[in-house]
Design a binder for this molecule. Structure first.
Ligand code: PLP
Length: 393
């Protein structure tokens, strides 16, 4: 079995990326869905931008180093990861803020429809931002929660928009994007896809699925750093008709005209708000450049291969139940398990150097980030979990 693992690493087309990532040597890092580790390329770019560009160029850097162009430039680099055209994606703000922009814009574009539909148990910020947006917009708008797995049945002609994750943060299942999008299209409801847990690890083709709106996160599988800028996607045909409710000056047609009245920029640029964080942009951009040296098919195949190795070493571990799909075709980048004493397991794993995350009360999650891990690490992770459970059974 060790030979198998060595062979898998030996033929892994992504093996060369592992040397870019240097987690503490006593750790096996299976929490890349929560915060991706830094690559050498990211650390070098941060240093270059801080010491070189910021220190020497100062205010001229906005133009000399095209800092001002970062949101659109990085958007064009996100585009191939999500199946968008280069002028359909923008990097800015946080996922939460981008959700607010799109929920606000879309709710206002269909004022006769009052419902924002979300499945219960979604990622909290998606539900919370929707609640804040509808209470601000008023006029009878409200958030309606669909029961788990009941989203499709609740999409009807009263619904202005649906918000849903592509990969569910808790159990890791992949939703059928094309089917749900078609259901919404059939009744004239808009749909915002949150691809935070899929971008960089699961193939996403928004255009092929007919999706027109999406948001996503820069610090998970994109390895852009803690609090990395997020992104949003608006299909070209829908850009002109929407108003960004955070109508900041950088979303205006000519920010440097210093006008009193807001006239929105053409295209995706209108979804900017204020000044971008350039150090954070630099880290994310270096990471996107590294990621672009691999293909979605390579990343997906490696991720599933790592999961297989982990599961094989884990075996039938006592007390542990796989929450997510057994079917790899609908399984995202992480494996989620429940365990009646998840707390104790988490403590013991931390002591053993296996880094994972815990969603109280009873869920353990292990992520298999394709660029940052070897099969040997996935195998060791499975063994450590098995040993820990055996010891605490
Ligand atoms: C991680 C994640 C977010 C993060 O939102 P922030 O604004 O960065 O805090 C949002 N939605 C989903 C589905 C996520 O997984």
């Amino acid at each position: 079995m060790n030979d198998d693992v060595a062979a898998l690493d030996g033929t892994d087309p992504l093996a060369r990326f592992r040397a870019e990532f240097t987690p503490p040597s006593d750790q096996i890092y299976l929490a890349g869905h929560s915060l991706g580790p830094p690559s050498a390329a990211v650390l070098a770019r941060l240093d270059a931008v801080a010491r070189g560009e910021w220190r020497h160029t100062l205010v001229a850097g906005w133009h000399d180093h095209d800092w001002i162009g970062a949101p659109l430039r990085l958007g064009a680099k996100i585009a191939p990861l999500i199946g968008a055209a280069r002028d359909e994606a923008l990097v800015a703000d946080s996922t939460s803020v981008n959700l607010f922009k799109l929920i606000g814009a879309l709710a206002q574009s269909q004022p006769e429809r009052k419902i924002v539909l979300i499945e219960r148990g979604e990622f909290p910020t998606d539900m919370h931002i929707a609640q804040g947006a509808v209470s601000l917009l008023g006029q009878g708008r409200r958030v309606v929660f669909a029961p788990p797995d009941g989203l499709a049945d609740h999409i009807d002609d009263q619904v202005a928009l649906v918000v849903a994750s592509h990969v569910h943060y808790r159990d890791g299942r992949i939703r059928d994007m094309a089917a749900l999008q078609a259901r919404a299209d059939a009744v004239g409801a808009d749909f915002i896809w949150d691809v935070s847990h899929s971008v960089g690890v699961v193939d996403i083709d928004l255009a092929a699925a007919g999706a027109r709106f999406a948001v996503g996160c820069g610090y998970k599988y994109l390895n852009g750093g803690p609090g990395a800028p997020a992104f949003l996607y608006v299909a070209r045909a829908r850009q002109a008709g929407l108003a960004n409710p955070i109508s900041g000056w950088l979303g205006a047609a000519d920010p440097f005209a210093f006008a009193d009245l807001h006239a929105p920029a053409d295209g995706i640029a209108r979804f900017q708000a204020g000044t971008p964080s350039i150090l954070a942009m630099a880290a994310l951009e270096a990471s996107l450049d590294l990621l672009a040296q691999s293909t979605p098919a390579q990343r997906r195949a490696k991720c599933l291969s790592l999961q297989r190795v982990f599961l094989a070493r884990l075996g039938d571990a006592p007390g542990l139940t796989l929450l997510g799909p057994h079917d790899e075709a609908i399984r995202g980048g992480h494996l989620a398990f429940s365990h009646p004493r998840a707390d104790a397991v988490v403590q013991a794993l931390a002591g053993a150097g296996l880094i994972r995350d815990h969603r109280p009360p009873d869920v353990l999650r292990f992520a298999f980030s394709p660029l940052t891990l070897t099969h040997a690490e996935a195998a060791r992770g499975g063994e450590l979990l098995r040993a820990t459970l055996g010891a605490s059974a």
